[in-house]
Design a protein around this ligand. Structure first.
Ligand SMILES: [Zn+2]
Ligand SMILES: [Zn+2]
Length: 285
């Protein structure tokens, strides 16, 4: 069984439509695919409609969270939530608060760039998002189209990085609140890429332990941003804390170079995940 539990579509910052993602999963030889767009369940229906008979789909989402350490240092974290009730009122309210703040944030970034005479407009960026929540990848593509930078990764490294002058911070959910929200909605919270240092500061093992005590059920061990040492460390931590170790590609279509199924979840770990009580079941054979 080949299982990939973390992927993105055009519903957030991927480039495949949910139907294209499902087709790509079959082409990659996957038996189980989780669809986990950032802070939205918008892609679920299309993915389920397009599901071929042999594929199992695990509906989920990747929730943007934040942790403040005792010194006030801010660490941004991602939680995968699987099999939760998408209509849970508390979760719904938090998601719409985040979407609203994302939009305000993206508008502010575009406003600052335009003020410095980069020739992009909010209308252009919105058109590139094509109905999805506007984010930095869309702003990056507008900058490429305007000839400001040669490609999307240059846009990120030169203009849109968190160290640059055009960066506007996101209003994310406290990670412990998020674990509570996902759990209360009948979902299974798993800490995504817990030690991916390339993305910025990461939390220490003691924070992961506190998250486990708060109801976290799993840790993403095999992830393209984890090297061999990171994976070994995460696997040991999962074992010590009684967490399920998962593996996933974090596929984004052509927005990132990682292939679908580049990292996968052990079938035994997947069985342990499914044995936990959840609001819904995976959809599949
Ligand atoms: Zn992530
Ligand atoms: Zn992701």
């Amino acid at each position: 069984m080949r299982i990939d539990l973390h992927t993105h579509t055009v519903a957030s910052d991927g480039t495949d439509t949910p139907a294209e993602l499902v087709a790509a999963a079959v082409a990659a030889g996957l038996d189980v695919l989780a669809i986990t767009d950032h802070d939205t369940t918008r892609g679920w229906a299309e993915a389920l409609d397009a599901r071929p008979a042999g594929l199992t789909i695990v509906p989920g989402a990747e929730f943007s969270c934040v942790y403040y350490d005792p010194t006030g240092r801010r660490v941004s974290l991602h939680l995968l939530g699987y099999l939760f009730d998408p209509d849970d009122p508390a979760l719904r309210a938090e998601r719409s608060r985040l979407r609203e703040s994302r939009l305000v944030r993206a508008e502010e970034i575009v406003r600052r760039l335009a003020a410095d005479d980069f020739e992009i407009t909010w209308e252009q960026v919105g058109a590139l998002a094509d109905g999805a929540t506007v984010g930095r990848p869309h702003i990056a593509r507008a900058l490429v189209a305007a000839g400001v930078v040669p490609d999307v990764s240059a846009a990120f490294s030169e203009l849109l990085s968190s160290r640059g002058g055009y960066y506007v911070r996101k209003a994310d959910t406290d990670v412990f609140d998020s674990i509570g929200l996902i759990t209360a909605a009948g979902g299974l919270p798993v800490f995504a890429h817990p030690i991916a240092r390339r993305r910025g500061p990461v939390v220490g093992d003691e924070v992961v332990a506190a998250m486990a005590a708060a109801g976290l059920v799993g840790l993403e061990v095999n992830h393209p941003d984890h090297d061999a040492d990171d994976r070994e460390h995460a696997a040991g931590l999962a074992r010590d804390l009684g967490l399920i170790g998962t593996g996933s590609s974090d596929y984004h279509g052509t927005n990132k170079t990682t292939r679908l199924a580049a990292c996968t979840t052990d079938p035994e770990a997947y069985e342990r995940l499914l044995a936990l009580p959840a609001a819904r079941a995976p959809v599949g054979p």
